[in-house]
Design a protein around this ligand. Structure first.
Ligand SMILES: O=C(CO)COP(=O)(O)O
Length: 156
């Protein structure tokens, strides 16, 4: 099972404290993190964490791509709700993809334990909730215009 850990700068002490308090559980996961979060986690806890780019230069997008590819089972993203982030669109996109793919997501310390508890339950052989089925894109491949022409063709 693959778990992403991300924290904004003001929340990095929190994610390290969380990781230290749940070290035994986290060691059972294939972990990935945005660049600086991953570096800090490795230094402070010794956890083996795959590091993506730093969030503001594409790390959130890289984790979003893992979600889209079906390679991420949970996200713990300790956001700083009081500081404007230059890469807010990337953050929104990542959170959106969690919703599109029904990925368990914790955005604060209070829910991080609950998400990790749930993932550990599944890791121990518990059933995945039905909501975790992969989304199906059942939109028609080509849009038809009212007179029968293919709309995407006529726009070219
Ligand atoms: O900005 C982030 C998430 O949006 C986190 O990035 P870093 O882990 O590189 O600080």
């Amino acid at each position: 099972m693959r778990l992403a850990l991300i924290a904004h700068d003001e929340k990095k002490p929190d994610i390290i404290e969380f990781a230290e308090s749940r070290l035994d559980d986290l060691e059972r996961f294939d972990l990935m993190a945005t660049g600086t979060t991953g570096k800090r986690l490795r230094e402070s806890t010794g956890l083996d964490v795959e590091r993506k780019q730093s969030g503001p230069i594409g790390g959130d997008m890289q984790i979003g791509a893992e979600i889209a590819d079906g390679n991420c089972d949970g996200v713990i993203f300790l956001r700083d709700p009081l500081t404007a982030q230059p890469h807010e669109p990337d953050i929104s996109a990542l959170l959106r993809l969690c919703d599109v793919h029904s990925i368990p997501l914790a955005t604060n310390l209070a829910s991080a334990d609950a998400v990790l508890d749930e993932l550990v339950r599944v890791l121990d052989g518990g059933d995945r909730p039905e909501s975790r089925e992969a989304p199906v894109d059942d939109r028609p491949e080509r849009r038809e215009s009212p007179d029968g022409d293919d709309a995407s063709e006529s726009q070219r």
